[in-house]
Ligand binder design. Sequence first.
Ligand SMILES: Nc1ncnc2c1ncn2[C@@H]1O[C@H](COP(=O)(O)OP(=O)(O)OP(=O)(O)O)[C@@H](O)[C@H]1O
Ligand SMILES: [Mg+2]
Length: 1002
Amino acid sequence: MVGWILKKILGSKNQRELKRLMPIVGRINEFDEQFKSLSDEVLKAKTATWKEELAKIPELDDQWKRLDEILPEAFAVVKNAARRLKDRQHTFTVCDQPMTWDMVHFDVQLLGGIVLHRGRIAEMATGEGKTLVATLPLYLNALTGRGAHLVTVNDYLARRDAEWMGQLYNFLELTVGCIQHDQEPDVRREQYAMDITYGTNSEFGFDYLRDNGMATTREQQVQRGYYYAIVDEVDSILIDEARTPLIISGPATISTHQYDKWKPLIEQLVRKQNMLCNRLASEALEKFEQGDVETGGRLMFKVKLGQPRNKQLLRMMEDPDKRRAVDKAELSFYQDTRKEELFALKEELFFTIDEKSNEADLSEQGRNFLNPDDPNAFVLPDLINEFTEIDLDPSLPQEEKDKKKAERQQHCDAQAERIHNISQLLRAYCLFEKDVQYVIEENKVVIVDEFTGRKMPGRRWSDGLHQAVEAKEGVQIDRETQTLATITIQNYFRLYQKLAGMTGTAETEAAEFHDIYKLDVNVIPTNRPVARKDHNDRIYKTRREKYNAVIKEIRDCHTREQPVLVGTVSVEASELLSRMLKREKIPHNVLNAKFHMQEAEIVSRAGQPGTVTISTNMAGRGTDIKLGASVPDRGGLYVIGTERHEARRIDRQLRGRCARQGDPGSSRFYVSFEDDLMRNFGAADRMTRIMERFGLEEGQELEHRWLNKSVETAQKRVEQRNYLIRKRTLDFDDVMNMQREVVYTYRNETIDSEEPRTLIYEVIDEAVPAKVQEYLTAGRDEEPNYTGFLNWVNTTFPLGLTKEKAQFDTRTVDENAQFLIGKIKDAYERKSSHEEPTAVKSLERYIILNAIDRLWQEHLYAMDALREGVYLRGYAQKDPLIEYKTEAYDMFVELMANIKNEVLHNLFRSTSNLQAFENFLATLPQFLLREHAPAASAANAPARGRQLQPVGAMAAVAGDGDGAGEMTLDLPIRRSMPKVGRNEPCPCGSGKKYKNCCGRVA
Ligand SMILES: Nc1ncnc2c1ncn2[C@@H]1O[C@H](COP(=O)(O)OP(=O)(O)OP(=O)(O)O)[C@@H](O)[C@H]1O
Ligand SMILES: [Mg+2]
C-alpha cells in the first residue's frame, strides 16, 4: 500500500517535472520552424558563433548558464540539421554497412535531450532512439570546447554511434572521435581532442588511470578533462559493472622467485652461524667461569653480532656483570683505533646482524659459502671504473661502448637485487620470530603489532621483507602481479563535472542512482503507445519441465513463423537450450556477448519470420530489431525469458527487445522452483503449498498474476541485498579514492610544474625538519641521537659533515633543521649547476614521480591486503570499514612521508644522464677546492676520464674524519663505486666498513 502511494506521488512528480519542460519543447519546435528557411551555411555558422562566444566566458558556471539560455535554439539547430539530412536521403556507411539517414527528433526525444543536458537520467524504453537523443545535449555541451563524452557498453557500439551520429555533428561542423581498444596513445589523444568523443567505460577509465598514474609527461597523457558525460545503458555500466573495479596490474617489482631459490642456502647458512654462535657462547661461559672476563665479554659481543637472539646470550645478559663485560667489549671495539679489529672480528662470522638498524650483512665467509665459485656475486661491481675503461678503449666504436655499458649496468642491477634478497632473507631468519613479530594464519604471514600485540591482518612489511618471511615459513609467497593502478567505475564517473545517463530501465534503481551518483531519474513517455503484451509467468516444479515447455513453445512459434528471442541468464543455460533445439532440428542462433559486431548483426535480424535467437542478457544490447514484412500480422517478435533474473531491471530490458516504436510484440517468462532466485529468495514454501493445494502434476504449470508478484518480491529482496554490497564496495573505495586524488594531484602538479625545483625544495623543507625531529628530539627516556643523525645526513647528502663541523648539539632542533636545509639546497644548487637546465627539470620531475609511483604501488598492494584482512576482524565485533579507514589513514600518512624521504634519498643519486653525471664528477675537485681553498682555480681541473680517480681519492682523504677536507661524496651507488676499498673504513666517518656504509646498496 505504501509502495503504491509512493509510486503515485513519484509518478506525479515525474509528470510535473516533464510538464514543466514542455514549453521548452515548444520553443525548440518554433526555432526549428524558423530555421527551415535558412541556408545550410547560415545554420552551420551558428556552431562557430556559439563556440566563440562561450570560449570568452571563463567560468564554467557562467558557461552553463549561457548553455541553458541557448538550449532551445541549439537543439533546434540539431533537429533542423537532422531534417535536412533526411530530406536529402543522405547516405553513408556505418561499420562498413550502407545506411540512409531517416530520423528527425520526435518531441519525446527533445524532452529526453533536455533531461540529459540537466545532468539526469532519462529512462526511455528500448527502441525509443536514445542514440539520437544524445546528439542534442552532446552538441550543446560540446560548444564549450571542453569535450563531451558518450559512454557505451562495448567498442562496437562506440564506433557505430560515432559514425552514425557523426553525420549530424559533421554537418554542423563539430568534430567527433571514437576510442577503440586497440588504439595507440597518439590516436587516442586525437580522439579526445575532438568536440565529442564516444568510447566504452573501461577505455575511458583505463585512460584515466594511465594518464594519472603512469604517464610521466604532459605529452604522454591522452585525456583532457572530465566535463560532461552521457552514459548509455547507464544501469548496466553504473550498477552491473560497478561491482568490479578497473585494475591495471603489472609484474611485481620484486622478483619473488629469488626468495625461494635462496631459501635453502640461507637456511643452512643460518644454521651454521647459529651453531658457531652457540659454541662461542659456551666458550664465553667457560671464560667467565675461569675469571677471564675480558675474553668472555669479547666472545659474547661476537655472539651478539652474529645471533642477537641467541638463548645463552640472552640468559647471560641478565647477569649484570656479564652484561657490563659485553658493553665494555662493544665500546672498545667501536673506538677508532680498533676498527680494524672489529672488522676482523666480523669476518670470523658468516654474517652480522644489527638489531637496532634491522640490518644484515654477509661476510667474506658467508659469501664464499653461498657461492664458492664466485664470491663476488654478492659484491657490487665497480661500475664507474668499468665505464671509464670502456670509454678509454680506443678499439671500441661508440655504439659498442654504449652496449657494453648497458650490459654492465644490467649486471650491476641483478647483483644488487640478489644482495637485497639475501639480506632480506637473513633478516627474516635472524630478526623475525614466529609468534612474536608475526603469526601464521590460514597460510599467511600476519604481522603482530609490536606495541599492542594485536594482529594486523592485511598489513605487509615492505621492500620484499614480507616475501622473505613468507619464504622462510614456506607459505605461499605473494602473487606475481601487483596492482599498479585501480579505480572503481563509480569513482571514475564521479570525476565528471556533469554526468547524465540514459537507459530503458532505471526506475527500479532510482534510489541507488540518487544516493551514489546524485542522479535523478526522469521517465520519458514513449513516442507511440507500447503495444507489447506481457503475459503472466509460467511456473513449473522442476527445471527440466520448464525447459521442455520452452522448447515446445519455440517449436510452435517456429511452425507459425513468428520470430522468437529467447533470453537466458547464463551462457550455460543458452548452450543447454541450443542442444535441445538441435535435437528438435530447429535452426537457431546463439549469442553470448562475445563478438559484439557479429552478434549485433544477428540480433538485428532477429525480427525476421521464423527466426529463433538465443541470447544472454547483454548480447546484442543496443541493437535495433526491425520486424520482417509479414511479422506484425503474426503478433510481432515474441520474447521468452527462461528464468527471472536477480534484478527486475534486466527482465524489463529483455521484454523491451520486442515491440519497439509501437510495434506489436509479446513476452513471457518461464520459471521453475529450482531456479536460483526461487530457491534462495522466493516464497518457495508458500508456492509449494499452493501447488500442493492445486495438486500440480508432472509437466503441469501454474499461472496467475499473484504469482508474478511473489517472484517480484523475491527480486526486490535480491536487489536490496546487491545494492548494499555495492554500497559497501564503494564505502571502501571512497577511502582509497581520497588518497588517489591526493596522489594523482601531486603527480600532475609535478608533471605540469615549470619549476619542479620548488617542489623538490618543498620536500626538503618538510622532510628535513621531520628527520631532525625524529633523531634529535629528546624523548622521555631517549637522548638525542646525534651520531645516528649525522650518519643519516652523510648517507643521504654529499655534505661530508663531521661531528665537529656540524655541531648539532649546539643548536636547537629548529636551528639544526634550518642549518641543514641551507646546506642541502646549497649543495643541490651546485650539483645542478653542472647540468643542462632542461635535463635537470626532467630529472627533478622524474625523481618525484619515481618516488610517488614506486611507493604508491606498494601502498596499493598493502591496501589490497588490508582490505582482505579487515574482514577477518568482523568476527571480533568490529566494523571492518572503521578499522579499514583508521589503518588506511595511518598507512597513507606513512606513504606521504616515505615519498618525501625517497625524494631526498635520490636527490643526489640521480643525474640527467651519464654524461652529466661525469660532468658533475669532473667538476667536483674544483668544487671541493673552491669550498675549502678558494685560491684554486678551474684551470686545475684535470681532463675528463682521469678525474674519476681523484674524486674517489679525495673522498677517501676527506672522510678520514679529522677535518682534512670536509667534502665526502655519496655517489649514486648503483652507478658508481669510488676508489675506496670495500673493506676500508667508510669515508663518512661512521666507523663502518665502506661496503657496509656508504658503499652499500641503497
Ligand atoms: N526520430 C526518429 N525517427 C525515426 N526513426 C527513429 C527515430 N529515432 C530513432 N529511430 C529509430 O529507432 C531505432 C532504435 O534506435 P536506438 O537503437 O537508438 O534505440 P535505443 O533507445 O538506443 O534502444 P536500446 O535501448 O535498445 O539501445 C533505430 O532504428 C532508429 O533508426
Ligand atoms: Mg541504445
